[in-house]
Design a protein around this ligand. Structure first.
Ligand SMILES: [Fe+2]
Length: 445
């Protein structure tokens, strides 16, 4: 496959034409009486028409047929997609999952949509407030099927296997250690090349933004220029009665047939697009004196709530970096958080837990549930001689952190059969080191 081209930047007004049809974008207006090349004009709105300019999102698509050329939608099998947050009783325990099992190609063909499994979530789809975390487990390309989500945006984190994603805006290749965001309403179809696994953070009613940087200044963390947007690409492909458009609408799956590929957009312009980002490009900020900055310094993207500083969900990563803090317990501190923290591991070993938390697995530490390094990590880090050291080389852990109190699904707790019943035991060996008669016990330094 020829190397794909992208436009660099975050949230900008962009314009793109498939080079096979130069001049496909109308000049000076969006909706001419007759479009160049006799295309149809269609607007895709990602915000209310009346949003302030800073948050107004829409794109104009110039396509061979408009999206409305389809048969009626009909309800289809939900599989393991749900937005029912009352399937099982609440459980405040620390939860950890072994790597979620990918179906074997030889046993059952599963594509990205039929391989969606909702793990946890909160909020209400109909009022556009909340989130869901899904695991995708698949082994087959979607072929003549595409998907779009009426409920929210998907932030997709591939963990095993690359994704070739056809979108109405063009093609993206997304490999493990890269992420992509496909925003509400955008149609896409995913080709996979092996048994493939990953994580999805879905947010309802809001879009991901770059976090404010405050005193960090104008640069750092995820830099806007490192986000990549596909360039226009179309296929004029007839599939008489045989192309299926799948829609997630109010949490349920529906399918409609049409006669043509939906990837028939010859040119587009606007600021509402899919995009991808390579996590290697994240510029890490960290303590260079003592103590920890809070993990918010690792925020890649945030989906803000209406409360200042409070996110519906943040996407946070723990990339390779230097640890140099003096006189400091360097692993993550023990804590209890009003936010809910789901963690996943793309590759390597997470520093606070060397075993048990594996690539393709996950953990959930719910609102105010205590957590922190396991006993082994505490003992080692309390005694370690502190020199500058590399942390997390070859590793990429991430967190979906939410201000909502998430419920776990029946699939997450039972059907997946991946819940690690022994997770709590990693803290059991923690013992008291209290020395009431000696304020200054001998330390390693
Ligand atoms: Fe935490």
């Amino acid at each position: 496959m020829a190397e794909l081209k992208y436009i660099s930047g975050f949230g900008n007004e962009c314009a793109s034409e498939d080079p096979r049809c130069p001049g496909a974008l109308p000049e000076g207006q969006n909706n001419p009486q007759v479009c160049p090349y006799n295309l149809y004009a269609e607007q895709l709105s990602g915000s209310a028409f009346t949003c302030p300019r800073s948050t107004n999102k829409r794109s104009w698509l110039y396509r061979i047929l408009p999206s409305v050329s389809h048969k009626p939608f009909e309800s289809i099998d939900q599989g393991h997609v749900t937005h029912n947050w009352d399937e099982v009783d609440p459980d405040p325990n620390q939860l950890r999952w072994k790597p979620f099992e990918i179906p074997k190609t030889s046993q059952k063909k599963v594509d990205f949509v039929s391989g969606l499994h909702t793990l946890c979530g909160a909020g209400d789809i109909k009022s556009n407030n909340g989130l869901a975390i899904h695991i995708f487990l698949c082994n087959t390309s979607m072929g003549n099927r595409c998907f779009y989500n009426s409920d929210g945006d998907f932030l997709i984190v591939p963990q095993k296997g690359k994704l070739l994603i056809y979108t109405e805006f063009g093609k993206m290749l997304v490999q493990p250690n890269e992420i992509c965001v496909i925003q509400r309403g955008m149609r896409f179809s995913i080709d996979v090349f092996e048994e493939t696994r990953g994580y999805i953070l879905e947010v309802y009613g809001v879009h991901f933004e770059l976090p404010d940087l405050g005193p960090i200044g104008a640069n750092g963390l995820a830099n806007p220029r490192d986000f990549l947007i596909p360039v226009a690409w179309y296929e004029d492909r007839q599939v008489p009665g045989g192309y299926t458009v799948i829609n997630k609408y109010q949490g349920k799956l529906f399918a409609a047939k049409q006669d043509v590929s939906p990837f028939n957009v010859v040119a587009w312009h606007g600021n509402y697009t899919p995009y991808k980002y390579n996590l290697e490009n994240f510029m890490v900020i960290n303590s260079v004196a003592f103590d920890h900055a809070d993990p918010s310094i690792f925020t890649v993207l945030t989906a803000k709530s209406v409360r200042p500083g409070v996110a519906v969900a943040d996407f946070v990563i723990f990339p390779p970096r230097w640890g140099v803090a003096d006189k400091t317990f360097r692993p993550p501190y023990y804590h209890r958080n009003c936010m809910s923290e789901f963690m996943g591991l793309i590759k390597g070993h997470y520093e606070a837990k060397q075993g048990g938390f594996l690539p393709g697995g996950g953990s959930l530490h719910s609102s105010m549930t205590p957590h922190g390094p396991d006993a082994d990590c505490f003992e080692k880090a309390s005694k370690a001689k502190l020199a500058p050291e590399r942390i997390a080389d070859g590793t990429m852990a991430f967190m979906f952190e939410s201000s909502l109190s998430m419920a776990v699904t029946k699939w997450g707790l039972k059907t997946s059969n991946c819940l690690d019943e022994n997770y709590y035991k990693c803290w059991e060996p923690l013992k008291s080191h209290f020395t009431p008669n000696s304020r200054n016990p001998a330390g390693p330094n």
